[in-house]
Write a protein that binds this ligand. Sequence first.
Ligand code: GDP
Ligand code: IMO
Ligand code: MG
Length: 426
Amino acid sequence: MSALVIEGSQWGDEGKGKITDYFSQEADVVVRSQGGNNAGHTITINNEKFALRSIPSGIFNPKIKNILANGMVINPKQLLEELHGLEARGIKDYKLYISNRAHIVLPYHEMLDSAYEAYKGSHKIGTTKRGVGPCYSDKINRIGIRVGNFIDEDDFRKCLVEALKIKNEELKMLGLEQMNVDDIFNEYKEYAKEIKKYVCDTSLLIEEELEKGSKVLFEGAQGAMLCLDHGTYPYVTSSSPTGSAVPINCGVSPKSINSILGICKAYTTRVGEGPFPTEIEGDLAHYIRERGHEYGTVTKRPRRIGWLDCVALNYARRVSGIDYLAITLLDVLTGLDEINICYAYKVDGKIINYMPATLKELKKVKPVYMKLAGWSDDISNAKSFEELPSNTKTYIKAIEELTKAKVAIISVGADRCQTIKVKEIF
Ligand code: GDP
Ligand code: IMO
Ligand code: MG
């Protein structure tokens, strides 16, 4: 039995899509655990680039069962556009399953996402405005519409009438136009008809597969530092991207998971507002941003750039149960004379090794760096750890020492083939 969790261990965009696709060559099942179309997972196969939003990264392998789990929020209109887009590019032979317990993102969620951001003004979160937060709020508030309700026309209409009673009050309060049941119902019932064939109890399906001995990958969206509970609240997403949340998000026993792989960029990026202790600006940030094409897949915003933060990473390892790390975008650092790694924070003159919980404390954090020599040799064609320049190896070993996690994968380029397996974990 093999069940591997692939989790973002920073603030998202660590290369989860690339690494999931890499392991998908050997997997039977890929389960997307949480989030929605706020995610953008880029996959490059033989120089052809795909950006997935809600669809699991196993979709390119016709034998894989791709599952959208109960922890997700699904925008049916966007999901169908994404599917049709893939089909138009020749990806026609796929297996897709959607949890009847996942929640549906509707137009009022997107409107409210933008409206709350505008209302917050300078305190805005910098969300992707895809309605993900408002949809999860409705789930918690028990006025959400689940996929199981959505695909039953009568049920969908009843749920929509009830939800809009409250949602229209909210829209009114924010000075927005109210929404009409029939307008949404008539458009969305058609999407429901189209997705119905994919809907099932995915918890049961995953259990069956695990019992059969299938190889299952759980693909997270976002990253641990964007976790609603453990991230830099309130500058977070509205779900838990941690490996420890996978059992809840997918309806499986915690005992069925064998290993958790934290995907970690060789530096750090963040999109949107919020604390970022190791952030750098100026020419150095520009160099890394351009080499790493660090612009949002979903919103095209330039990503903020920083050095690798091992205080945050160590925290992510601890709260998520990360066993191994995949270090991605290592090639991007080629050409730098010196590379910094943050191993502690200084707050009011005191050295700390933990992640402060409040924004007030986080604002005072000054990173404490270890300085390592860079490398100039091109590493993008390296096929083994041994082949890497000695300064690159020193960098990887420093990450292992500071995070107490073993590096199992090293990624030296966007393409599937630019991946070095250091340890067999799946
Ligand atoms: P995800 O959201 O975690 O799947 O990550 P994104 O796809 O949003 O962002 C990662 C970006 O880095 C994508 O454009 C990938 O194609 C690219 N990428 C992934 N691994 C590597 C790597 O090792 N080197 C380089 N240069 N690019 C990579
Ligand atoms: P992947 O899966 C990076 C960020 C947004 C914002 C915050 C809340 O590609 O790594 P939301 O729309 O979720 O309410 O926004 O979370 N965010 C991401 N940042 N990668 C992502 O996904 C993200 N999904 C959300 O920028 O700061
Ligand atoms: Mg992304």
